[in-house]
Design a protein around this ligand. Sequence first.
Ligand SMILES: [Fe+2]
Ligand SMILES: [Fe+2]
Length: 341
Amino acid sequence: MYQFGSRLEVMKYLEPFLAAQLPYLLRKVESNWQPMDYSPDLSTEEGFEEVRALQEEARALPDDTMTVLVGDMITEEALPTYASWIATLEGVGVQGEPQTAWGAWNRGWCAEENRHGDILNRYLYLTGRVNMREVEITVQHLIADGGDTQTENDPYRTFIYTSFQEIATRISHLNVGKIAQQVGATRLFHLSRRVAGDEQRHAKAYKLFISKIMEVDTSEAVLAFQDMMKKKITMPAMYMRERGKQVGETFKKFEVIANRSGVYTPWHYVEIIENLLQDWDIQHLANLSPAATKAQEYLCNLPERYRKLIERLYRPKDEAEIVQFSWLLPPALKHTAAISV
Ligand SMILES: [Fe+2]
Ligand SMILES: [Fe+2]
């Protein structure tokens, strides 16, 4: 087999494959869903009735769920950070060739992702339960602060990260949707499922990129996977901060509610690792370098190690802990903020 000398060579080699796949990995813009498909049309009288119904259903959502949804929206809204990060990757970056297939993927993916922040932001605004200005401050902080994904400009590490991240966001949106369904918030249920569907398709695409990389640069890809697992995936949400707070303070509270509401827990972290191990068939990879063979063993044992650790240390339901965020309006204000038509 031809030996590739660098990441850049591998990325260039995969260009024609990606170019052929793009029409299947991304949806056609004209027929794709848009946030407006899930929004009240305020150019009509019915639209205002629709807002009233939306506010009614949103009142049934538990505060924890509302808060997780706000956090999810904030991380979706930080899309400029992710777009600019992926644009600088080796093989994706401009380098005099702005119209590469990798560049097209990045733009197409961002264009699809952009709808997620839009629809969640709009829904939350219309509920009348959210202090949108405080949320907007957190969004601006998150974009301005940036964060460290610990992937540098390495496409291997980055696509491992994004494979993980897309699955994680899918889980979170799906679980918010489930709670919404249980309390009768059907609008939120439908739009959460829609967004989760996109995340699923994006996860498949990123996993496919790593599978293709593994075909030609197996040992390096396995080593990159090990490296990312050792560093642990740092979710963009970790860098969220409310007004006057330091990085980490907001996420500490956010973790409590994400865990106890069951929307995203450490068990999900392990499930995602297992999903990736299986999809990339890590345990059956052959002809690895000695270092990659060790990494393979490390990776295959990882879920079991995590499971033991979680069983020993994780206490899921800390219902008693009162966690407050500046993002939600206090109950008294909720009422006055609700529009009446
Ligand atoms: Fe998204
Ligand atoms: Fe996504």
